[in-house]
Design a protein around this ligand. Sequence first.
Ligand SMILES: [Zn+2]
Length: 468
Amino acid sequence: MIDSFIVRRSSVTEVEKRQKLRMDEIISYAREFSPFYKMLYSGLPQKINRLSDLPPVTKPQIKKYFDQICTDSIINHDDVESFISNPENVGKAYLDKYLVCTTSGTAGKPEPFISDDFSVNIGSSITRIRGGLTQWYGLRGVLKLFAAGARYALLDIKGGHFSGVAALEWYRREHPQAKERIKLISIFDKLEKQVHELNRYDPAAIGGYPSSMVMLAREKLAGRLKIKPVFIILVGELVTKNNKNFIEQIFGCTAYEEYGSTENNVMAVQCKEGWLHYSSDWFVLEPVDQEFKPVPNGETSHTVLVTNLMNKVMPLIRYDQGDSVMFKPEPCTCGSVFPAMKVMGRKEEVITLLTKDGNHISIAPLILVEIAEGVESVLRAQITQKSSTLLEIRLLLLPIFELKIVWTEICDRINQYFEEFGIIDVQLKLSFEPPKQNLISGKYPIVIKDVEVSQHQHIKENIYEQFH
Ligand SMILES: [Zn+2]
Protein backbone atom coordinates (compact mmCIF):
# COMPACT_ATOMS: atom_id res chain seq x y z
CA MET A 1 0.00 0.00 0.00
CA ILE A 2 2.90 2.32 0.71
CA ASP A 3 3.69 2.56 -3.03
CA SER A 4 0.35 4.29 -3.41
CA PHE A 5 1.74 7.36 -1.68
CA ILE A 6 5.41 7.45 -2.61
CA VAL A 7 5.17 9.20 -5.93
CA ARG A 8 7.67 12.01 -5.69
CA ARG A 9 10.39 9.92 -7.23
CA SER A 10 8.07 8.15 -9.69
CA SER A 11 8.26 9.09 -13.30
CA VAL A 12 5.23 9.83 -15.45
CA THR A 13 5.81 6.49 -17.21
CA GLU A 14 5.67 4.58 -13.93
CA VAL A 15 2.43 6.32 -12.96
CA GLU A 16 0.93 5.52 -16.37
CA LYS A 17 2.01 1.88 -16.01
CA ARG A 18 0.33 1.67 -12.62
CA GLN A 19 -2.78 3.31 -14.05
CA LYS A 20 -2.99 0.81 -16.93
CA LEU A 21 -2.61 -2.19 -14.60
CA ARG A 22 -5.36 -0.95 -12.30
CA MET A 23 -7.54 -0.02 -15.26
CA ASP A 24 -7.34 -3.56 -16.67
CA GLU A 25 -8.06 -4.92 -13.21
CA ILE A 26 -11.19 -2.82 -12.59
CA ILE A 27 -12.56 -3.53 -16.09
CA SER A 28 -12.14 -7.31 -15.65
CA TYR A 29 -13.58 -7.13 -12.14
CA ALA A 30 -16.61 -5.15 -13.34
CA ARG A 31 -17.13 -7.54 -16.24
CA GLU A 32 -17.08 -10.53 -13.93
CA PHE A 33 -19.06 -9.29 -10.92
CA SER A 34 -21.29 -6.43 -12.14
CA PRO A 35 -24.26 -7.62 -14.24
CA PHE A 36 -24.60 -4.11 -15.67
CA TYR A 37 -21.05 -3.92 -17.06
CA LYS A 38 -21.25 -7.54 -18.18
CA MET A 39 -24.25 -6.56 -20.30
CA LEU A 40 -22.81 -3.20 -21.41
CA TYR A 41 -19.50 -4.72 -22.57
CA SER A 42 -20.98 -7.96 -23.92
CA GLY A 43 -20.27 -7.12 -27.57
CA LEU A 44 -16.73 -5.91 -26.93
CA PRO A 45 -13.48 -7.89 -27.19
CA GLN A 46 -12.05 -9.41 -24.00
CA LYS A 47 -8.90 -7.32 -24.23
CA ILE A 48 -9.56 -3.59 -24.09
CA ASN A 49 -6.65 -1.53 -25.39
CA ARG A 50 -8.01 1.94 -24.83
CA LEU A 51 -10.50 3.19 -22.30
CA SER A 52 -12.23 5.12 -25.08
CA ASP A 53 -13.24 1.76 -26.63
CA LEU A 54 -15.75 1.48 -23.78
CA PRO A 55 -19.09 3.34 -23.75
CA PRO A 56 -19.57 6.16 -21.23
CA VAL A 57 -21.91 5.69 -18.28
CA THR A 58 -24.41 8.40 -17.34
CA LYS A 59 -26.15 9.40 -14.11
CA PRO A 60 -29.58 8.18 -15.31
CA GLN A 61 -28.03 4.76 -16.01
CA ILE A 62 -26.48 4.59 -12.55
CA LYS A 63 -29.83 5.44 -11.03
CA LYS A 64 -31.76 2.95 -13.14
CA TYR A 65 -29.34 0.01 -12.85
CA PHE A 66 -28.07 0.61 -9.31
CA ASP A 67 -28.51 -3.04 -8.17
CA GLN A 68 -26.87 -4.43 -11.31
CA ILE A 69 -23.92 -2.03 -11.15
CA CYS A 70 -22.93 -3.06 -7.63
CA THR A 71 -20.57 -6.06 -7.59
CA ASP A 72 -21.83 -7.36 -4.25
CA SER A 73 -25.12 -9.07 -5.09
CA ILE A 74 -26.51 -8.52 -1.57
CA ILE A 75 -26.69 -4.77 -2.18
CA ASN A 76 -30.01 -3.51 -3.46
CA HIS A 77 -31.46 -0.04 -3.79
CA ASP A 78 -34.47 -0.59 -1.52
CA ASP A 79 -32.27 -1.91 1.25
CA VAL A 80 -29.86 1.03 0.87
CA GLU A 81 -32.82 3.45 0.93
CA SER A 82 -34.05 1.87 4.11
CA PHE A 83 -30.54 2.09 5.64
CA ILE A 84 -30.15 5.79 4.82
CA SER A 85 -33.66 6.65 6.00
CA ASN A 86 -32.39 6.16 9.56
CA PRO A 87 -30.38 9.24 10.65
CA GLU A 88 -28.60 7.05 13.23
CA ASN A 89 -26.84 5.30 10.35
CA VAL A 90 -24.87 8.32 9.07
CA GLY A 91 -21.24 7.18 8.69
CA LYS A 92 -22.05 3.66 9.93
CA ALA A 93 -20.91 0.77 7.80
CA TYR A 94 -23.69 -0.56 5.59
CA LEU A 95 -23.59 -4.39 5.66
CA ASP A 96 -20.74 -3.89 8.16
CA LYS A 97 -18.30 -2.87 5.43
CA TYR A 98 -19.49 -0.14 3.07
CA LEU A 99 -19.75 3.63 3.26
CA VAL A 100 -22.95 5.07 1.82
CA CYS A 101 -23.00 8.70 0.66
CA THR A 102 -25.79 10.48 -1.14
CA THR A 103 -25.70 13.35 -3.59
CA SER A 104 -27.22 16.56 -2.27
CA GLY A 105 -30.24 16.06 -4.49
CA THR A 106 -30.25 19.54 -6.02
CA ALA A 107 -31.48 18.00 -9.27
CA GLY A 108 -34.03 15.66 -7.67
CA LYS A 109 -33.94 12.95 -5.04
CA PRO A 110 -30.55 12.31 -3.35
CA GLU A 111 -28.93 9.29 -4.99
CA PRO A 112 -26.81 6.84 -2.98
CA PHE A 113 -23.27 5.77 -3.88
CA ILE A 114 -21.41 2.93 -2.17
CA SER A 115 -17.68 2.84 -1.42
CA ASP A 116 -15.69 -0.07 -0.06
CA ASP A 117 -13.44 0.51 2.96
CA PHE A 118 -10.30 0.16 0.79
CA SER A 119 -11.31 3.13 -1.36
CA VAL A 120 -12.40 5.20 1.65
CA ASN A 121 -9.08 4.64 3.41
CA ILE A 122 -6.88 5.05 0.33
CA GLY A 123 -8.85 8.10 -0.85
CA SER A 124 -8.54 10.03 2.38
CA SER A 125 -4.88 9.07 3.00
CA ILE A 126 -3.82 10.07 -0.51
CA THR A 127 -5.50 13.43 -0.14
CA ARG A 128 -3.76 14.16 3.13
CA ILE A 129 -0.32 13.03 1.98
CA ARG A 130 -0.25 14.21 -1.63
CA GLY A 131 -2.10 17.40 -0.87
CA GLY A 132 -1.51 19.15 2.39
CA LEU A 133 1.53 17.33 3.72
CA THR A 134 3.80 17.30 0.68
CA GLN A 135 2.70 20.53 -0.96
CA TRP A 136 1.25 22.99 1.47
CA TYR A 137 2.17 22.75 5.12
CA GLY A 138 4.87 20.06 5.36
CA LEU A 139 6.18 18.53 8.56
CA ARG A 140 6.53 21.93 10.17
CA GLY A 141 2.80 22.48 9.57
CA VAL A 142 1.99 19.10 11.13
CA LEU A 143 3.94 20.09 14.25
CA LYS A 144 2.10 23.43 14.38
CA LEU A 145 -1.17 21.57 13.88
CA PHE A 146 -0.53 19.31 16.89
CA ALA A 147 0.79 22.19 18.97
CA ALA A 148 -2.54 23.91 18.31
CA GLY A 149 -4.52 20.86 19.45
CA ALA A 150 -4.97 19.19 16.04
CA ARG A 151 -8.68 19.96 16.00
CA TYR A 152 -10.34 20.17 12.58
CA ALA A 153 -13.66 21.89 11.87
CA LEU A 154 -15.62 21.13 8.72
CA LEU A 155 -18.31 23.58 7.64
CA ASP A 156 -20.86 21.57 5.71
CA ILE A 157 -24.48 20.47 5.66
CA LYS A 158 -25.48 18.75 8.88
CA GLY A 159 -27.69 15.67 8.77
CA GLY A 160 -28.29 13.32 5.87
CA HIS A 161 -25.70 11.07 4.29
CA PHE A 162 -24.02 13.79 2.22
CA SER A 163 -20.43 12.92 1.48
CA GLY A 164 -18.70 15.40 3.83
CA VAL A 165 -20.82 14.42 6.83
CA ALA A 166 -20.85 10.69 6.11
CA ALA A 167 -17.06 10.55 5.61
CA LEU A 168 -16.51 12.57 8.79
CA GLU A 169 -18.76 10.28 10.86
CA TRP A 170 -17.10 7.23 9.30
CA TYR A 171 -13.68 8.61 10.34
CA ARG A 172 -14.91 9.29 13.91
CA ARG A 173 -16.25 5.75 14.11
CA GLU A 174 -13.00 4.23 12.82
CA HIS A 175 -10.83 6.45 15.05
CA PRO A 176 -12.70 6.79 18.36
CA GLN A 177 -9.56 8.21 20.00
CA ALA A 178 -9.73 11.18 17.59
CA LYS A 179 -13.46 11.76 18.00
CA GLU A 180 -13.07 15.12 19.72
CA ARG A 181 -10.56 16.27 17.14
CA ILE A 182 -13.09 16.71 14.39
CA LYS A 183 -16.22 18.83 14.46
CA LEU A 184 -18.98 19.54 11.99
CA ILE A 185 -20.51 23.01 11.90
CA SER A 186 -23.65 23.56 9.84
CA ILE A 187 -23.38 26.08 7.01
CA PHE A 188 -27.11 26.67 7.40
CA ASP A 189 -26.61 28.01 10.93
CA LYS A 190 -26.58 31.77 11.30
CA LEU A 191 -23.12 33.26 10.82
CA GLU A 192 -23.01 34.48 14.45
CA LYS A 193 -23.61 30.92 15.62
CA GLN A 194 -20.86 29.54 13.34
CA VAL A 195 -18.47 32.19 14.66
CA HIS A 196 -19.41 31.41 18.26
CA GLU A 197 -18.90 27.67 17.78
CA LEU A 198 -15.58 28.15 16.00
CA ASN A 199 -14.29 30.51 18.70
CA ARG A 200 -15.26 27.99 21.36
CA TYR A 201 -13.83 24.97 19.54
CA ASP A 202 -10.69 26.84 18.37
CA PRO A 203 -9.75 24.50 15.49
CA ALA A 204 -6.19 24.18 14.21
CA ALA A 205 -7.50 23.72 10.65
CA ILE A 206 -10.82 24.30 8.88
CA GLY A 207 -12.41 23.16 5.65
CA GLY A 208 -15.52 23.92 3.62
CA TYR A 209 -16.96 25.77 0.65
CA PRO A 210 -14.98 28.87 -0.46
CA SER A 211 -18.20 30.95 -0.10
CA SER A 212 -18.38 29.88 3.53
CA MET A 213 -14.69 30.68 4.11
CA VAL A 214 -15.12 34.14 2.55
CA MET A 215 -17.94 34.90 5.00
CA LEU A 216 -15.76 33.73 7.89
CA ALA A 217 -12.83 35.80 6.61
CA ARG A 218 -15.09 38.86 6.78
CA GLU A 219 -15.90 37.97 10.39
CA LYS A 220 -12.20 37.60 11.12
CA LEU A 221 -11.57 40.99 9.50
CA ALA A 222 -14.25 42.52 11.71
CA GLY A 223 -12.54 41.02 14.76
CA ARG A 224 -15.42 38.76 15.77
CA LEU A 225 -13.79 35.48 14.70
CA LYS A 226 -10.67 34.76 16.75
CA ILE A 227 -9.39 31.43 15.36
CA LYS A 228 -5.89 31.09 13.86
CA PRO A 229 -5.92 28.00 11.64
CA VAL A 230 -2.68 26.49 10.35
CA PHE A 231 -4.33 25.78 6.98
CA ILE A 232 -7.72 25.93 5.24
CA ILE A 233 -9.11 23.42 2.74
CA LEU A 234 -11.46 24.72 0.04
CA VAL A 235 -13.90 22.18 -1.41
CA GLY A 236 -17.22 21.83 -3.19
CA GLU A 237 -17.31 25.06 -5.21
CA LEU A 238 -15.13 26.76 -7.83
CA VAL A 239 -12.27 28.66 -6.27
CA THR A 240 -11.27 31.93 -7.88
CA LYS A 241 -7.79 33.41 -7.34
CA ASN A 242 -9.29 36.44 -5.65
CA ASN A 243 -11.24 34.32 -3.16
CA LYS A 244 -8.21 32.21 -2.30
CA ASN A 245 -5.98 35.28 -1.87
CA PHE A 246 -8.52 37.04 0.33
CA ILE A 247 -8.96 34.00 2.57
CA GLU A 248 -5.19 33.48 2.89
CA GLN A 249 -4.53 37.13 3.54
CA ILE A 250 -7.15 37.53 6.26
CA PHE A 251 -6.44 34.25 8.05
CA GLY A 252 -2.68 34.58 7.55
CA CYS A 253 -2.35 30.93 6.54
CA THR A 254 -2.35 28.79 3.45
CA ALA A 255 -5.64 27.84 1.76
CA TYR A 256 -5.75 25.18 -0.93
CA GLU A 257 -8.33 23.57 -3.14
CA GLU A 258 -9.39 19.94 -3.38
CA TYR A 259 -11.52 18.58 -6.22
CA GLY A 260 -13.80 15.64 -5.70
CA SER A 261 -17.38 14.44 -5.79
CA THR A 262 -19.79 12.31 -3.81
CA GLU A 263 -19.30 9.49 -6.28
CA ASN A 264 -15.50 9.55 -6.36
CA ASN A 265 -14.25 11.15 -3.12
CA VAL A 266 -11.30 13.57 -3.52
CA MET A 267 -9.58 13.15 -6.89
CA ALA A 268 -7.28 16.17 -7.14
CA VAL A 269 -5.37 18.62 -5.01
CA GLN A 270 -4.14 22.08 -5.93
CA CYS A 271 -0.42 22.79 -6.35
CA LYS A 272 1.49 25.98 -5.60
CA GLU A 273 1.15 27.02 -9.26
CA GLY A 274 -2.62 27.05 -8.89
CA TRP A 275 -3.38 23.88 -10.88
CA LEU A 276 -5.26 20.82 -9.67
CA HIS A 277 -3.31 17.57 -10.04
CA TYR A 278 -5.43 14.47 -10.07
CA SER A 279 -4.11 11.13 -8.79
CA SER A 280 -3.81 9.47 -12.18
CA ASP A 281 -2.64 6.20 -10.64
CA TRP A 282 -6.08 5.85 -8.99
CA PHE A 283 -8.34 7.70 -11.45
CA VAL A 284 -8.60 8.34 -15.16
CA LEU A 285 -10.12 11.64 -16.16
CA GLU A 286 -11.06 12.27 -19.78
CA PRO A 287 -12.12 15.76 -20.89
CA VAL A 288 -14.82 15.33 -23.56
CA ASP A 289 -17.33 17.33 -25.60
CA GLN A 290 -21.12 16.94 -25.53
CA GLU A 291 -20.89 13.83 -27.69
CA PHE A 292 -18.25 12.32 -25.38
CA LYS A 293 -15.48 12.85 -27.95
CA PRO A 294 -12.02 13.80 -26.56
CA VAL A 295 -11.23 17.47 -26.11
CA PRO A 296 -7.55 18.49 -26.56
CA ASN A 297 -5.51 19.81 -23.65
CA GLY A 298 -5.79 23.58 -23.35
CA GLU A 299 -9.46 23.59 -24.41
CA THR A 300 -12.47 23.70 -22.11
CA SER A 301 -14.44 20.46 -22.12
CA HIS A 302 -18.19 20.04 -21.91
CA THR A 303 -17.85 17.39 -19.22
CA VAL A 304 -15.31 14.94 -17.81
CA LEU A 305 -15.53 11.14 -17.79
CA VAL A 306 -14.13 9.63 -14.61
CA THR A 307 -12.90 6.08 -14.16
CA ASN A 308 -12.40 5.21 -10.52
CA LEU A 309 -9.64 2.61 -10.11
CA MET A 310 -9.98 2.10 -6.38
CA ASN A 311 -13.65 1.37 -5.64
CA LYS A 312 -14.66 -2.13 -6.68
CA VAL A 313 -18.04 -2.41 -4.99
CA MET A 314 -19.70 0.14 -7.28
CA PRO A 315 -17.41 0.50 -10.29
CA LEU A 316 -17.62 3.79 -12.16
CA ILE A 317 -15.99 3.39 -15.55
CA ARG A 318 -16.10 6.39 -17.92
CA TYR A 319 -18.71 7.98 -15.69
CA ASP A 320 -20.06 11.36 -16.79
CA GLN A 321 -19.14 13.51 -13.81
CA GLY A 322 -20.77 16.64 -15.25
CA ASP A 323 -17.90 19.08 -14.65
CA SER A 324 -16.38 21.20 -17.37
CA VAL A 325 -12.57 21.03 -17.10
CA MET A 326 -9.44 22.24 -18.88
CA PHE A 327 -6.20 20.25 -18.91
CA LYS A 328 -2.85 22.03 -18.96
CA PRO A 329 -1.17 21.41 -22.34
CA GLU A 330 2.40 21.45 -21.01
CA PRO A 331 3.82 19.90 -17.81
CA CYS A 332 3.24 21.97 -14.69
CA THR A 333 6.27 23.85 -13.39
CA CYS A 334 5.60 22.50 -9.88
CA GLY A 335 7.15 19.21 -11.08
CA SER A 336 4.19 16.95 -10.21
CA VAL A 337 4.01 13.68 -12.12
CA PHE A 338 0.21 13.91 -12.14
CA PRO A 339 -1.79 15.69 -14.89
CA ALA A 340 -2.66 19.34 -14.24
CA MET A 341 -6.17 20.65 -14.76
CA LYS A 342 -8.68 23.32 -13.79
CA VAL A 343 -12.36 22.88 -13.09
CA MET A 344 -14.24 25.48 -15.14
CA GLY A 345 -17.75 24.90 -13.72
CA ARG A 346 -20.68 22.55 -13.98
CA LYS A 347 -21.67 21.72 -17.56
CA GLU A 348 -25.17 23.05 -16.85
CA GLU A 349 -23.61 26.39 -15.92
CA VAL A 350 -21.89 27.04 -19.25
CA ILE A 351 -23.10 30.34 -20.72
CA THR A 352 -23.95 30.41 -24.42
CA LEU A 353 -23.93 33.80 -26.19
CA LEU A 354 -24.27 35.04 -29.75
CA THR A 355 -21.31 36.34 -31.80
CA LYS A 356 -21.46 38.98 -34.54
CA ASP A 357 -21.12 36.36 -37.29
CA GLY A 358 -24.26 34.62 -36.01
CA ASN A 359 -22.57 31.71 -34.22
CA HIS A 360 -23.04 30.69 -30.63
CA ILE A 361 -20.06 30.69 -28.30
CA SER A 362 -19.88 28.83 -24.99
CA ILE A 363 -18.14 30.46 -22.06
CA ALA A 364 -17.00 28.53 -19.01
CA PRO A 365 -18.43 29.92 -15.76
CA LEU A 366 -14.98 30.28 -14.18
CA ILE A 367 -13.85 32.76 -16.87
CA LEU A 368 -16.52 35.40 -16.27
CA VAL A 369 -16.46 35.00 -12.53
CA GLU A 370 -12.64 35.32 -12.46
CA ILE A 371 -13.00 38.57 -14.43
CA ALA A 372 -15.64 39.94 -12.02
CA GLU A 373 -13.86 38.76 -8.88
CA GLY A 374 -10.58 40.15 -10.26
CA VAL A 375 -11.92 43.64 -9.51
CA GLU A 376 -10.74 44.82 -6.12
CA SER A 377 -13.25 44.35 -3.29
CA VAL A 378 -15.44 41.77 -5.11
CA LEU A 379 -15.66 38.73 -2.84
CA ARG A 380 -18.26 36.83 -4.81
CA ALA A 381 -20.00 37.24 -8.16
CA GLN A 382 -22.98 35.21 -9.31
CA ILE A 383 -24.30 35.39 -12.85
CA THR A 384 -27.89 34.72 -13.87
CA GLN A 385 -28.32 34.14 -17.58
CA LYS A 386 -31.74 35.62 -18.29
CA SER A 387 -31.52 35.19 -22.07
CA SER A 388 -28.86 34.91 -24.79
CA THR A 389 -28.44 38.69 -24.56
CA LEU A 390 -28.98 39.47 -20.88
CA LEU A 391 -26.75 38.57 -17.92
CA GLU A 392 -27.67 39.71 -14.43
CA ILE A 393 -24.87 39.82 -11.85
CA ARG A 394 -25.17 39.62 -8.06
CA LEU A 395 -22.22 40.79 -6.02
CA LEU A 396 -20.82 40.49 -2.54
CA LEU A 397 -18.35 43.29 -1.83
CA LEU A 398 -16.10 44.44 0.93
CA PRO A 399 -18.17 47.23 2.50
CA ILE A 400 -15.58 49.99 2.12
CA PHE A 401 -15.81 50.11 -1.66
CA GLU A 402 -18.35 52.07 -3.67
CA LEU A 403 -20.66 49.84 -5.69
CA LYS A 404 -20.96 52.21 -8.67
CA ILE A 405 -17.20 52.34 -9.25
CA VAL A 406 -16.84 48.56 -8.83
CA TRP A 407 -19.72 47.87 -11.20
CA THR A 408 -18.32 50.16 -13.92
CA GLU A 409 -14.97 48.36 -13.67
CA ILE A 410 -16.64 44.93 -13.93
CA CYS A 411 -18.66 45.99 -17.01
CA ASP A 412 -15.54 47.41 -18.70
CA ARG A 413 -13.56 44.21 -18.14
CA ILE A 414 -16.37 41.84 -19.21
CA ASN A 415 -17.22 43.94 -22.29
CA GLN A 416 -13.55 43.97 -23.28
CA TYR A 417 -13.53 40.17 -23.05
CA PHE A 418 -16.74 39.96 -25.12
CA GLU A 419 -15.24 42.25 -27.75
CA GLU A 420 -12.19 39.99 -28.15
CA PHE A 421 -14.48 37.08 -29.00
CA GLY A 422 -16.87 39.07 -31.18
CA ILE A 423 -19.76 38.70 -28.74
CA ILE A 424 -22.33 41.38 -29.36
CA ASP A 425 -25.41 42.96 -27.82
CA VAL A 426 -25.05 41.40 -24.39
CA GLN A 427 -26.51 43.57 -21.69
CA LEU A 428 -25.03 43.37 -18.19
CA LYS A 429 -27.44 44.20 -15.40
CA LEU A 430 -26.51 44.72 -11.77
CA SER A 431 -28.76 42.98 -9.29
CA PHE A 432 -29.20 44.63 -5.91
CA GLU A 433 -29.81 41.23 -4.32
CA PRO A 434 -26.88 39.39 -2.70
CA PRO A 435 -25.69 36.08 -4.29
CA LYS A 436 -28.26 33.30 -3.83
CA GLN A 437 -27.47 30.15 -1.89
CA ASN A 438 -28.85 26.80 -2.96
CA LEU A 439 -31.01 25.83 0.00
CA ILE A 440 -30.39 22.09 -0.44
CA SER A 441 -26.64 21.90 -1.04
CA GLY A 442 -25.70 25.13 0.74
CA LYS A 443 -23.51 26.05 -2.25
CA TYR A 444 -23.48 29.34 -4.13
CA PRO A 445 -23.75 28.44 -7.82
CA ILE A 446 -21.59 30.61 -10.07
CA VAL A 447 -24.16 30.66 -12.83
CA ILE A 448 -27.93 30.38 -12.56
CA LYS A 449 -29.77 29.61 -15.78
CA ASP A 450 -33.09 31.27 -16.43
CA VAL A 451 -33.02 30.15 -20.07
CA GLU A 452 -34.53 27.12 -21.72
CA VAL A 453 -32.95 23.64 -22.02
CA SER A 454 -29.91 23.86 -24.28
CA GLN A 455 -29.24 21.87 -27.42
CA HIS A 456 -26.45 20.05 -25.57
CA GLN A 457 -28.88 18.26 -23.28
CA HIS A 458 -30.80 16.84 -26.23
CA ILE A 459 -27.61 15.45 -27.73
CA LYS A 460 -26.63 13.83 -24.45
CA GLU A 461 -29.98 12.14 -24.00
CA ASN A 462 -29.66 10.57 -27.45
CA ILE A 463 -26.26 9.19 -26.58
CA TYR A 464 -27.63 7.81 -23.35
CA GLU A 465 -30.37 6.02 -25.24
CA GLN A 466 -27.77 4.08 -27.25
CA PHE A 467 -26.59 2.35 -24.11
CA HIS A 468 -29.92 2.22 -22.37
ZN1 LIG B 1 1.41 21.96 -10.52
